[in-house]
Design a protein around this ligand. Structure first.
Ligand SMILES: C[C@H](O)CC(=O)SCCNC(=O)CCNC(=O)[C@H](O)C(C)(C)COP(=O)(O)OP(=O)(O)OC[C@H]1O[C@@H](n2cnc3c(N)ncnc32)[C@H](O)[C@@H]1OP(=O)(O)O
Length: 724
């Protein structure tokens, strides 16, 4: 029998229990929605049914509308495959049913799942069930009446907060808010829900149709004031996201013209938004993120992950201490090794400060922080390494030093121990060259700050065993990172793809474009900060070192900028020493520093790139394209060389590692939205004007000429050789 089904059982008490079954989260797929309608109609018709309980199988009520259907809509451009659920099912079959319906909620009720529950006449929940309407995070608004019923159940301000921030709440809080009528232990959930439904039928408990309530909305003028403030805030916090204003408009319609009219407007707006680029990007990111956990020949060959209880980290610098923090807060014991007690103490202090930071941001309780710190031990030799399951080397980027460490740890660690390195650029085959156990060598590339940034790039060297990859993926998930498995090359997937990002920005400056304008254009596009502020933050030393690596690896296509060297010569080192492109003052936003302008001018005079010695005239959109298209060009090479399993992995890596806006779907997805042909033609034109930095790659050229998206069958081009 299919696992995707809706069943109905009528008990001797006259209660029909309708159960949604679609593992793992009981998503509301089309057959589920049809099944619900049929069963509700049957229950309403049958004379032996007095009341109804709606629930989900397997401890989860429902994770909402099936997101795969969104993807189908995006593929066809036809939103008509989305059935009429809002009126036909939720209003007519559930809320206006002549028999009372109680939702028995366990585990989670999200999106359409919570909307079904809110259509019922009461909600009984198990403890710690997750309740929310996260639709805006997918680029749409709730579409099964959620924009109307949530404000009527929990009040307008709270409902707006939950929807606009896509922030779920737990059943305990839900009970206080009025979203949940009772919380009972899981074992009693069905029993209590049945009784509750019967008591409504007998008029011993209220029979509430949420859409008809007005008591929590306040007066029209109060409601409009709340909406006005919310609109203003959304304008600032989500300027590029149309679903935020649309959601507020739809809520307002229901307040001004009544809940039913609100439902009708919601349905119309939902179908418009589903076809927006924002929804396409966000849905892609949702599904692509989950796909990263499927790695051919690793996760599909019957291997079982081994447990990683104790990890040794070599190097207590910024990266080492960040990684240690991420591990200890997830209950993994860490041995931190440094070369002397001064450095060790510094590393431990950084970890303590990281943990304190998590407490002050409400991510950790004080008790959890104490427990985490008790999982940390600082050492100065290898004696503690005899029983570690994994070593993560996080010392400076120096090949002989790393090779020496690898020879030492091969001797000091047990034979099963994973030998990981946090290098961000160096060839892994080189690091592991001098040892025997090359199958245990792997890259664990964290992004700074390692205890905050969500990406873990797992770099597979030539001989890395699938078991080792699977184990590191498992550790990554345990510490709440998104592991993306990539191949071995200079800069791996993220840094390699994005090396032209800063260089493109520098090239534009050499042509006379203002540094601060470039940063503004990039943040308006949706990255949190522009390339110059990013350089200020990471420090100019890093920029110089990384620049050298890429200059060696890809001499045919780099823009060698002397700007950073010039800044360093003038005593500047970014935010580190308070002398960057920006002025950094405590408590206020960074401000452009006018004293940097003469140095920039000197750089321009030096490079002599400005045509006729005058700054070029350029639009904001051209600035954006001249910075991001070279990145797309390098992404094409990364795809061509098979550095990633699938193009979507590079999208996730760009979103989580570079903070590329998720609503643009990631770098490759965005490029396909713009069109390979436009990217190719633009690069070709600029390469003729400004040189090899812009020269389009073969892969891009081929895709542009044939009209194939960059993301399609990334590793099938004739020149491709997978590195995975
Ligand atoms: C009209 C309506 O208003 C519109 C809607 O309802 S839109 C949908 C709203 N719902 C959501 O946004 C919830 C999305 N899901 C989630 O946040 C999380 O998956 C969750 C909290 C439910 C579970 O998280 P977690 O236990 O970590 O499992 P996770 O790996 O994310 O998901 C398990 C599987 O369920 C799938 N899944 C989760 N929610 C889904 C959904 N709504 N539709 C389809 N598949 C879904 C995932 O894709 C994943 O599939 P895979 O095993 O093939 O990779």
């Amino acid at each position: 029998m299919s696992q995707i089904q809706v069943t109905m059982e009528v008990g001797k008490d006259g209660v029909a229990v309708i159960t949604i079954s679609n593992p793992p989260v009981n998503a509301l797929a089309l057959p589920i929605l049809t099944g619900l309608k049929e069963n509700f109609h049957e229950a309403a018709r049958r004379s032996d049914v007095k009341a109804i309980v709606l629930t989900g199988r397997g401890g989860r009520f429902s994770g909402g509308f099936d997101i795969n259907i969104f993807q189908k809509v995006h593929g066809t451009g036809d939103a008509s495959i989305i059935p009429d659920v809002s009126v036909d099912l939720v209003v007519n079959a559930i809320e206006d049913c002549k028999k009372p319906i109680v939702a028995a909620v366990e585990g989670l009720a999200l999106g359409g799942g919570l909307e079904l529950a809110m259509g019922c006449h009461a909600r009984v929940a198990a403890p710690r069930a997750q309740l929310g309407l996260p639709e805006l995070s997918l680029g749409v608004i709730p579409g099964f009446g959620g924009t109307q019923r949530l404000p009527r159940l929990v009040g307008l301000s709270k409902a707006i907060e939950m929807m606009l921030l896509s922030k779920p709440t737990m059943s305990e809080e839900g009970k206080k808010l009025g979203l949940i009528d009772a919380i009972v232990p899981s074992e009693e959930l069905l029993k209590v829900s049945r009784t509750w439904a019967l008591e409504i039928a007998e008029r011993r408990k209220p029979w509430v149709r949420s859409l008809h309530r007005t008591d929590k909305i306040g007066s029209l003028s109060e409601a409009q004031e709340v909406l006005r403030i919310a609109r203003q805030q959304a304008k600032m916090t989500a300027p590029n996201l149309p679903q935020h204003q649309a959601c507020l408009d739809v809520i307002e319609e229901g307040i001004v013209r009544g809940g039913y009219n609100g439902v009708l407007k919601e349905e119309k707006v939902f179908k418009e938004l589903i076809l927006s680029d924002t929804a396409k990007g966000l849905v892609h990111v949702f599904l692509a993120q989950r796909a990263t956990s499927k790695v051919p020949n690793v996760t599909d060959v019957g291997l079982k992950p081994r447990q990683t209880k104790k990890v040794a980290i070599i190097g207590g610098g910024l990266m080492g201490s960040g990684i240690a923090t991420a591990l200890i807060v997830s209950n993994i014991f860490v041995v931190l090794k440094e070369v002397n007690s001064e450095y060790l103490l510094k590393g431990i202090k950084t970890i303590e400060a990281n943990v304190r930071g998590l407490v002050s941001r409400g991510k950790l309780t004080k008790d959890e922080a104490e427990r985490a710190l008790s999982m940390l031990k600082g050492v100065l030799d290898y004696s503690e390494f005899k029983d570690v399951d994994m070593v993560i080397e996080a010392v400076i980027e120096n090949v002989p030093l790393k090779q020496k460490i690898y020879s030492e740890i091969e001797k000091a660690c047990p034979p099963h121990c994973i030998l990981a390195t946090n290098t961000s650029t160096i060839d892994l085959n080189l690091i592991g060259e001098k040892i025997k156990s090359q199958d245990r060598v792997i890259g664990a590339h964290f992004f700074s700050p390692a205890h905050v940034m969500p990406l873990l790039e797992i770099v597979r060297a030539q001989k890395t065993s699938p078991q080792v990859i699977l184990d590191l993926m498992t550790v990554g998930k345990t510490i709440k990172k998104v592991p993306v498995v990539v191949g071995n090359c200079t800069g791996f997937a993220v840094n390699r793809t994005f090396f032209p990002y800063t260089q493109g920005a520098h090239l534009l400056v050499s042509l006379g474009v203002d540094v601060f304008r470039i940063d503004r254009v990039i943040s308006n596009f949706g990255l949190p900060i522009g390339p110059f502020r990013l350089q200020d933050l990471s420090g100019y030393g890093v920029a110089l070192a990384v620049g050298k690596e890429f200059a060696n690896a890809f001499p045919d296509r780099i823009f060698k900028s002397s700007l950073v060297e010039l800044l360093v010569k003038n005593g500047r080192n970014g935010k580190n020493n308070g002398k960057g492109y920006y002025i950094y003052e405590k408590g206020s936003k960074p401000k452009p520093d006018p004293s940097v302008l003469p140095i920039i001018e000197e750089f321009r005079q030096h490079t002599k790139k400005m045509p006729g010695g005058k700054p070029i005239s350029i639009t904001d959109n051209e600035i954006l394209e001249m910075i991001l298209f070279p990145v797309v060009n390098e992404a094409s090479r990364v795809l061509d060389e098979g550095v990633v399993v699938r193009a979507a992995d590079l999208d996730i890596a760009s979103v989580l590692g570079m903070s590329f806006p998720s609503y643009r779907g990631g770098i490759v997805f965005w490029a396909d939205t713009v069109g390979a042909n436009h990217v190719y033609k633009s690069l070709k034109k600029w390469s003729e004007m400004y040189g090899g930095f812009y020269k389009p790659s073969k892969y891009l050229e081929e895709r542009a000429i044939k009209g194939i998206p960059l993301s399609a069958g990334a590793t099938s081009s004739p020149s491709s050789k997978s590195r995975l």
